[in-house]
Write a protein that binds this ligand. Structure first.
Ligand SMILES: Nc1ncnc2c1ncn2[C@@H]1O[C@H](COP(=O)(O)OP(=O)(O)O)[C@@H](O)[C@H]1O
Ligand SMILES: O=C(CO)[C@@H](O)[C@@H](O)COP(=O)(O)O
Length: 562
């Protein structure tokens, strides 16, 4: 019998990763990573010169095309399969990662005259410079009692589409006017494969205020933001919206030549890294919270009803798998906090010891931090190094460590940061359960579960829940490949539904992390203190974090918060 395969590509923050997957059993036959040459652009624009303000994070669309041209031929070659056996391709992306394009769908930043205009570039999900716009959206939305606000947990984030578009409008009206459309990165890359722009309901729903029954908010809402934004959704956000699992089109001849695939194969509708991971861990029913753990964490859970959950990122009908309401919440920095610590928090003796023992510093730190019992460090941190995405939805909050003494060691701080991210997740689980969205088990995927056992055990102990771990090392890419198999359909050798694909292609590891009752009890005590700090600094009782930020910006001559 002829074997059939699909290719899934996961567009992450630093790189794009392709996997070629056997549809019979989900085996990842080959994988290839293409790092983005320009990485995250947060200092100055690629052609030099223009220096970016704080909180900016851009990307170069050319890097996305490199992934197609390098990783797709590489997986085909490594697997040694005939291209005729590959029946579909699908991608997932970080989100909201968005860009302005011209009438031909070309990114504005590709035009020589616009290369020095920051607003012509791709704004990455973690671009946090649109907080003022998000605050106004929330104020006006609340005043007008807009229905979308409840679907975003009461607050729309500065990371999402409308805040980013409005920032372009406010700060570079020319670029706003030049833009024929604003697209999610996932839809732009998918359009490069098919030759036509099709939007996806996942990003439209979770990031751009779109609702399956009601569509976008009325023109009057956008008019209340600014009269010239009145027709925003009918103009720069126009376009057909299709659900995950549908085909966006078929592969063009040109892209077939550039990738080594056959023209005409199915191209799945674009998707989001976290959401596409859910069926790839085998989760297609309510009660299991999937954590996509990497630079940040996205928390996703399915439910049969639409509920209001404090500070969630969004709830979208059919947003993750058809037939269920998909809920998303998240922490804006997790692995990134540990990366910060590696860069700025290490003492020279630790660096020397790692060198001497020829060990990665993370591994050495993990070993040292694992020697402590919960509470033994005497430290507690708030995990807001990149603001708070859920449940407070405020990018202007910042991190804090309490309990430092002259005896505090590097590894104690490291352990405290791991614990803080687990407490952040516990807050999110609590928000879900309080609102009536059931969470009985955690399922982890992404890079972190493979990198740090201590972190995973701490998450289990802090949340007092068992954590299963996805078997795939490239869960989002596997999910994208699964959706590609559904887009291709049963007749072509794929699957008729994502449920059928998940049954055959997804699995978790045998090993799971079980909570330890004693440790969980100590963490319960510390969590009470975390919650006090969380409310004190996060709910307006003490706005010191915002005051300091304002003073800092004034001192640097940057934007001052109102
Ligand atoms: N041993 C480790 N322990 C904890 N965090 C780690 C370790 N190694 C790398 N990291 C963090 O993991 C994150 C990358 O996660 P990964 O899932 O691979 O990427 P992405 O989020 O871009 O998909 C980085 O933020 C990095 O700091
Ligand atoms: O926000 C979302 C999805 O909604 C993610 O794309 C974003 O957090 C990026 O996640 P990672 O970089 O993969 O940790």
């Amino acid at each position: 019998m002829i074997k059939h395969y699909t290719i899934g590509i996961d567009y992450g923050t630093e790189s794009g990763r392709a996997v070629l997957v056997d549809l019979a059993n989900g085996e990842e036959v080959a994988e290839h990573v293409t790092p983005y040459i320009h990485g995250v652009i947060d200092q100055h624009l690629p052609a030099g010169g223009v220096v970016l303000e704080r909180e900016w994070a851009l990307q170069h669309p050319r890097d996305y095309i490199d992934v197609l041209e390098q990783s797709v031929p590489a997986v085909l070659k490594e697997a040694g399969v005939d291209p005729s056996q590959v029946i579909g391709i699908g991608i997932d992306f970080t989100a909201c990662t968005m860009l302005p394009v011209d009438e031909d769908g070309e990114p504005l930043c590709f035009q020589a005259g616009f290369a020095n205009r920051p607003h012509a570039w791709v704004k990455l999900w973690k671009h946090h410079a649109a907080q003022d716009e998000a605050d106004e959206i929330n104020r006006i939305g609340a005043e007008r009692e807009e229905a979308f606000l409840q679907r975003y947990g009461g607050k729309y984030s500065s990371e999402w589409m409308m805040a980013k578009i409005w920032q372009v409008f406010n700060e570079d009206r020319d670029m706003f006017d030049e833009a024929d459309a604003f697209l999610e990165g996932t839809d732009w890359v998918t359009a490069q494969l098919t030759g036509t722009i099709v939007r996806n309901s996942c990003t439209a729903g979770y990031k751009a205020m779109w609702h399956k029954q009601d569509g976008y908010p009325d023109d009057a809402f956008f008019e209340a933001l600014h009269p010239d934004l009145r027709r925003l959704t009918a103009t720069k956000l126009r376009g057909e919206i299709r659900a995950p699992g549908e085909a966006a089109g078929s592969l063009t001849k040109e892209m077939a030549e550039r990738t080594g695939l056959l023209p005409g194969i199915a191209v799945a509708v674009g998707n989001v890294d976290a959401h596409v991971s859910v069926p790839a861990t085998g989760v297609v029913t309510p009660g299991k919270l999937v954590m996509a753990m990497g630079t940040s964490i996205c928390h996703l859970v399915l439910a049969e009803e639409e509920k209001e959950v404090e500070g969630m990122c969004g709830v979208v009908e059919d947003g993750i798998v058809p037939g269920y309401y998909g809920y998303e919440a998240g922490q804006s920095a997790v692995g990134d906090i540990f990366a910060w610590f590696m860069e700025h928090g290490l003492t020279s003796d630790l660096v020397d010891e790692a060198k001497q023992k020829n060990r990665p510093i993370h591994a050495l730190l993990e070993e040292k931090a694992a020697a402590y019992q919960p509470g033994e460090t005497g430290l507690l941190a708030l995990d807001w190094w990149n603001g708070n995405r859920s449940t407070l939805v405020d990018t202007n909050l910042s991190g804090i460590i309490i309990g430092m003494t002259l005896q505090t060691k590097s590894e104690e701080i490291y352990r405290t940061l791991l614990e803080a991210t687990a407490f952040g997740t516990k807050k999110i689980v609590e928000a879900f359960t309080k609102a009536g969205v059931e969470v009985n088990e955690l399922v982890a995927c992404g890079g972190l579960p493979q990198k740090n056992n201590l972190l995973m055990q701490i998450f289990a102990d802090v949340t007092n829940l068992e954590i299963k771990v996805a078997a795939s090392k490239q869960t989002p890419a596997l999910g994208a490949a699964m959706y590609a198999s559904v887009a291709a359909g049963e007749a072509a050798g794929g699957y008729s539904t994502i449920f059928a694909a998940a049954e055959k292609m997804a699995r978790v590891q045998e090993k799971s992390y079980k909570p330890n009752a004693e440790r969980a009890q100590v963490y319960e005590e510390i969590y009470k203190e975390y919650s006090k700090l969380h409310d004190y600094f996060g709910r307006g009782e003490n706005d010191v974090m915002k005051t300091l930020r304002s003073v800092r910006d004034k001192a640097k001559g940057g934007t001052v918060l109102a």
